[in-house]
Design a binder for this molecule. Sequence first.
Ligand SMILES: [Zn+2]
Length: 72
Amino acid sequence: MGLFSKNREVGPVSVAGNELVCPVCGSRDFWQRETQLNTTGMTLLGLDWANVNSTNFVCDHCGYMFWFHPER
Ligand SMILES: [Zn+2]
């Protein structure tokens, strides 16, 4: 996981007032990354309007990743 090792802050995350709990391993330690949604695949699907960043919270224990689309 060296690609994202720098500046990674790991800890509990709350979304809409609820603390995230990993559905796979039950961990509450997540780190955050942003993923741009306007990929080639999205363009092929006719979703190239999605020129925005989604927020990902990745479980620090098993790697399960939550995706949150930004509010529009
Ligand atoms: Zn997990």
